[in-house]
Write a protein that binds this ligand. Structure first.
Ligand code: NDP
Ligand code: 2IT
Length: 451
């Protein structure tokens, strides 16, 4: 069998960049994993021989398709749809759909790659995938969104199935979009199956799927703090984003006695020194989820500061929860957070910190939970939605709350197992998550031989 040197990180990355030019986000996500895994596999011959890392970094399949739809004026519009089925070694492809103008192949591939490791960390049988479109939901009527979702599903449905590939939501895809997508899937196939998660409770959804990602991100922080004898109570927290993940992260921080002083959207951020309590959060949920407005309205309503176009990372805080999008914390912003007293970061968004920022957090011994561990609560409850759909039952909310808590604790503990830094109390959660996520997928691939 031909052997190369997968443990040679530079060679591996050079080759990856040549094979996948102009895909900066994909390169970044692979590098973050490869930097830990190349080292880990250097004395584990079977992973070399079977070329496991190279194979995980080459998606099983990529589907790219045209999506035509008619807007309310009768004009024909064209978007591009994607589904990247990265790896199904440990279960059916599973991962969200993102509708945002910034969606491109690189973004889809980075998210599908990350999802493979994240899903493995949950301990549930789910492979990794991601999909979406450059469709912008902003400014569209419900009917336009419906027509887009229906057209998108006309192609996508051929590639899905409860045991094949099960999408869910992500940026721009919430309860409304999942309803339209599921309705069209059901119509096209004449099957009522668990082919999407994040469904409404009336049609096969699971309790706490909506809350799970945000809650899980905060549980991860709670577990990191608790390991060093600390807690969230009394801590000042910066949250970015104002969508699904940010909303429920804020709710859970409030439950645990922390004080959230910022939230943001693509227009800028609000700084409310008194804290965004339950009533103010209810206003944000209505503003962002129902009225689809801009966060500056919050500042007007409550007399808080509004910073147009900015991000909150220059403010003093104890804890930070980036919950908006990728690369929203640069090295300079990571340094500002460290300088201003931040002791913990839990990533609700996918890859919100750039590689230099991560290095700085880890070097400064900040408790840093990378996204593939910290935001895995959402897909974990999606996995349990799939189980409930297969069994045609709905579990009780309390049961799911407990399972989410246990799964997040389990992820935390796996990160500690693989990420403990010898001779120190510090845990490198990035390394822990990468290696723990890798081993399960890799061992399954070894078992299958060359397929
Ligand atoms: P939503 O669409 O509900 O909310 C996204 C939020 O982020 C909005 O406030 C949005 O602002 C802001 N945002 C999006 N893109 C940008 C951008 N390019 N620049 C600045 N702000 C931006 O999405 P989610 O809350 O579901 O997702 C947020 C993050 O969490 C994403 O990284 C997603 O991949 C990740 N995630 C989501 C999971 C889930 O279950 N939903 C699970 C795991 C991770 P605006 O309203 O102005 O558009
Ligand atoms: O990034 C993610 O983990 C998600 N958007 C959720 C995926 C899912 O299948 O629930």
């Amino acid at each position: 069998m031909a052997r190369s040197n997968p443990e040679d990180l530079e060679q591996f990355m050079t080759e990856l960049k040549q094979r996948n030019p102009h895909e900066a986000e994909f390169h970044q996500a692979v590098y973050e994993v490869a930097a830990n895994v190349c080292d880990y596999i250097s004395d584990r011959d079977v992973y070399h021989e079977m070329q496991i890392l190279r194979r995980i970094a080459e998606p099983d399949r990529i589907i790219i398709f045209r999506v035509c739809w008619e807007d309310d004026s009768g004009a024909i519009r064209v978007n591009r749809g994607y589904r990247v089925q990265n790896n199904n070694s440990i279960g059916p492809y599973k991962g969200g759909l993102r509708f945002h103008p910034s969606v491109n192949l690189s973004v889809m591939k980075f998210l599908a790659f990350e999802q493979t490791f994240k899903n493995s960390l949950t301990g549930l049988p789910m492979g990794g995938a991601k999909g979406g479109s450059d469709f912008d939901v902003k400014g569209k009527s419900d009917n336009e969104v419906m027509r887009f979702c229906q057209s998108f599903m006309v192609e996508l449905h051929r590639h899905l199935g409860a045991d094949v590939d099960v999408p869910a939501g992500d940026i721009g895809v919430g309860a409304r979009e999942i309803g339209y997508l599921f309705g069209q899937y059901k119509r096209l196939t004449n099957k009522f199956s668990g082919v999407l998660t994040g469904k409404g409770m009336e049609y096969g959804g699971s309790p706490i799927r909506t809350e799970a990602t945000g809650y899980g991100t905060v549980y991860m922080m709670e577990d990191m703090l608790s390991r060093v004898g600390d807690h969230i109570e009394g801590k000042t927290c910066l949250v970015s984003g104002a969508g699904n993940v940010a909303q429920y992260a804020t709710e859970k921080i409030n439950h645990l006695g922390g004080r959230v002083v910022t939230m943001s959207d693509s227009s800028g951020f609000v700084y409310d020194k008194d804290g965004i309590d339950a009533d103010k959060l209810a206003y944000i949920v209505d503003l962002k989820t129902n009225r689809r407005g801009s966060i500056d309205e919050y500042a007007e309503e409550y007399g808080a500061e509004y910073h147009a176009g900015g991000q909150p990372w220059d403010l003093p805080c104890d804890l930070a929860f980036p919950c908006a999008t990728q690369n929203e914390i640069s090295r300079d912003q990571a340094r500002a957070l460290i300088r201003n007293g931040c002791i913990g970061v839990s990533e609700g968004a996918n890859m919100p910190t750039d590689q230099e920022g991560i290095t700085d957090f880890v070097d400064a011994k900040v408790l840093f939970a990378p996204s593939k561990a910290a935001n895995a609560g959402g897909v974990a409850i999606s996995g349990l939605e799939m189980s409930q759909n297969s069994a045609r039952i709905t579990w009780k909310e309390e049961q799911l709350q407990e399972l989410l808590r246990e799964i997040m604790q389990g992820i935390h503990d796996k990160c500690v197992e693989y990420g403990e830094v010898s001779g120190s109390r510090y845990v490198d959660y990035v390394k822990g998550a990468n290696i723990a996520g890798f081993t399960k997928v890799a061992d399954a691939m070894v078992a299958y031989g060359v397929v």
